[in-house]
Design a protein around this ligand. Structure first.
Ligand SMILES: C[S@@+](CC[C@H](N)C(=O)[O-])C[C@H]1O[C@@H](n2cnc3c(N)ncnc32)[C@H](O)[C@@H]1O
Length: 446
């Protein structure tokens, strides 16, 4: 039969259209649900609850999340999405074969294959049938993550590692977009399907940001074990419905990948009350700046686990030019940052092992580890142009109220980072004093 395109109709606002699409998504998703105890719903801020930083911008599109419709007991499996039902390189290979060949030819990374495939689904395949149709129609039209930050909004990130991260993200994505505009996007396969409608930057950054904010990594069933029998090949996929769970540092559910069944599932890890939002943790190792860069989201409070990233440049700064073993230290810092999955972080409850390792090497012979870290932390604090006191004054000013949602996010991130660093500094200082007084006591006793 005729496939009805899911297009916003002219009388609808953006939010009305999304609400209608989410209703359809909920109906469609029953297929994946193990227990019909939850639904995707609009996030509402209950009275008395602390306001999310983002929600002050009324131009913002509605935010959705997953909510419990009934009491859910710990251990209950909520839903299961087969690997083959996710947006993946495989789905695109199967449903967009010709384009897939072209993308392989141009050497696109897996994440970029997903982004371009998503553009096709959303903008160029309205009349075709595909499994993820309801899901594609339900997606938000924008994010507050890195590619959406203007230069002006980035000014509020001065001194933060997020500034550098966003610069890099933007640079890499615009370069890729320019390249693809000159090659793949001019390809006959795309020109025909997209009926002369060129893929613009806005469409591209939307798709790119959607993949970044909604993907998870699973072990590819086809290449589960590589030749050395150890390393597993990870593939990015976006699992529909599961991509509607919001992030919390103390989550109530967990996403798992079942290699035997080849499915992504979600399980409650504590009892959840009826009406409560169900949260997962995107990544336990994420600092506030990582959440902002990838998701355009920032928790509204810091806790013992909150962390601040350390950049390679910041470590290099701690090496003085007349240091006799400065070459060894440079070598070490470079080596450490070559491994991509290592990220140095400073948090209140613990210093990461990587950071401890490097600081041990870097510590001057006559200087203790704690002194070294204190120096690193105060160096980092020195990068921010304003103080915590100044920020707190600005926070209650009229000028602050008028900022864009992203500027507010940026401002709050930087303030949180300074608070974390200043707490860590105090803690280090206390430790140093405790050790000093213990040493003095030992001396006195002697
Ligand atoms: C995987 S999606 C979750 C579904 C999303 N809320 C939606 O309406 O489509 C990730 C996005 O959700 C938002 N988000 C995640 N956790 C959040 C939270 N705790 N509060 C508010 N928004 C959150 C961010 O905008 C992020 O980019």
């Amino acid at each position: 039969g005729e496939v009805k395109p899911i297009e916003p109709n002219e009388k609808e606002t953006l939010n009305e259209h999304r609400r209608r699409s989410i209703n359809r998504l909920n109906k469609w998703s029953r297929f994946y649900v193990k227990n019909p105890v939850f639904a995707v719903q609009k996030k509402v801020i209950k009275e008395g609850e602390e306001q999310e930083i983002l929600k002050e911008d009324d131009k913002k599109e509605d935010e959705y999340g997953v909510f419990a419709n009934a009491k859910i007991e710990r251990g209950i499996e909520l839903l299961e999405v087969k690997w083959t039902s996710c947006l993946s390189v495989d789905t695109i290979r199967v449903e967009q074969g010709e384009l897939f060949e072209r993308m392989v030819h141009y050497g696109l990374a897996q994440e970029d294959v997903l982004a371009v495939g998503l553009i096709m689904y959303k903008h160029c395949m309205a009349k075709e049938t595909f499994n993820l149709k309801e899901w594609v129609a339900s997606l938000p039209t924008r994010y507050d993550s890195s590619l959406y930050f203007s230069e002006q909004e980035m000014e509020y990130l001065a001194g933060s590692p997020a500034f550098v991260d966003i610069m890099v993200e933007k640079e890499v994505a615009t370069k890729l977009y320019d390249q693809l505009s000159q090659s793949l996007f001019k390809d006959q396969v795309i020109l025909e399907k997209c009926a002369g409608q060129p893929i613009d930057w806005d469409t591209f950054r939307w798709a790119h940001s959607t993949i970044t904010a909604r993907k998870i990594y699973v072990t590819d069933p086809d290449s589960a074990v590589s030749s050395d029998g150890k390393q597993l090949k990870l593939s990015p996929v976006v699992p529909p419905i599961i991509d509607y769970f919001n992030h919390a540092t103390d989550p109530s559910a967990e996403i798992d990948y079942n290699e035997v069944l080849g499915s992504v599932d979600v399980k409650a890890i504590r009892d959840i009350k009826k009406g409560e939002e169900i949260f997962v943790s995107y990544d336990y190792h994420y600092c506030g700046s990582d959440l902002l860069v990838d998701y355009g989201y920032l928790p509204n409070k810091i806790d013992e686990k909150s962390c601040v990233n350390v950049l390679m440049e910041e470590l290099l700064e701690t090496i003085s030019l007349d240091d006799p073993i400065k070459d060894d230290k440079y070598y070490l810092v470079n080596k450490l940052f070559e491994t991509k999955d290592i990220k140095l972080k400073i948090s209140m409850d613990s210093l990461t092992e990587d950071l401890l390792k490097i600081s041990k090497y870097m510590a001057y012979k006559q200087e203790s580890l704690l002194e070294y870290l204190k120096r690193l932390v105060s160096l980092k604090i020195g990068h921010y142009p304003t103080s915590i006191i100044q920020d707190k004054e600005f926070l209650v000013s009229q000028e602050y109220k008028q900022l864009s949602a992203r500027s507010k996010l940026a401002f709050n991130l930087v303030l949180q980072e300074k608070q974390i660093l200043s707490n860590v500094y105090t803690k280090l200082q206390e430790n140093i004093e405790a050790i000093d007084s213990r040493d003095r006591k030992v001396k006195d006793e002697l």
